[in-house]
Write a protein that binds this ligand. Sequence first.
Ligand SMILES: *Cc1c(COP(=O)(O)O)cnc(C)c1O
Length: 237
Amino acid sequence: MSMIQDNLIAVNFTKVKENILSACKQANRNPEEVTLIAVSKTKPLEMLQEAYKAGARDFGENKVQELLDKIPQLPEDIRWHMIGHLQRNKVKYIVDKVFLIHSVDSLRLAEEISIQALKKNVEVNILIEVNVAREESKFGATTEEAIALVEEIAKLPGIHIKGLMTIAPFVEDSALNREYFQKLKQLSVDISRKNIDNVSMSILSMGMTGDYTVAVEEGATHVRVGTGIFGERNYNI
Ligand SMILES: *Cc1c(COP(=O)(O)O)cnc(C)c1O
C-alpha cells in the first residue's frame, strides 16, 4: 500500500531537482549553488524518511514543537531549517538544534537568539526575513527597514547573518513573483556592498512549490518546497 506513496515522494523529489537543474541552465548558474529544502511541516515521519532515502538532507519546519518531535527521530546528518515565524519564548528550545533560522524579522527576536546562543555556547546562523511584496498578512521587515535591522543585528554576539529570505505572494502565474525575487536579490547586493562586519549575503532563501524555478533564475540559493515533494497539506488532522 504505502509503496506507491513512498515512490511518489522519491519521484517528486527527483522531479523538483530536475526542474532546479533546468532553471540553473536557463540562467547560466551552477546547480551546486542551489539547495533544495524539503518543507515537511504537518507531514508524518515516514514521509520524511522517504524523502531522506531519495537524497533529501535539508528539511524545513515552521513550528518549534514539531521540530523538537521530529529531530531526535530522524538521522543526525539532516540540516534542519526553521522557516516559520518564531516567538521569542521558544528560541531557547531550538538555537542549538537548527542549522539555519530563516525568519528573523526584528531586533528583539535577534537579541533573544543572541542571549540563548551565548547560554548554550553555540553560534547561530540566521536570515533576515523581508516582506518584499509588502503583504499585510505576512511577517518580515520592509525593504527600507532591512538595512538598519541588519546593521543592528550584526553587532550582537553569537549570531551571524547569512543572507535574506522572502515569502512571495501566492499567485497562479509564478512570473508575477519575478519582480519580488529581483528586489530581494538587489537588496542583498546593496547590503553586501556595505561590507558590514559579521554580515554575509551568501544565502537567498526564496521560491516555493509554485515559483521555485523563477526564484532560481533570479538567484535563489535555497528554495523551500513542500507541496511539490510531499503533496497537499491537511491542516485538520
Ligand atoms: C509552507 C512553507 C513553504 C512551502 O510551501 P509549498 O507551497 O508547499 O512549497 C515554504 N516556505 C515557508 C516559509 C513555508 O511556511
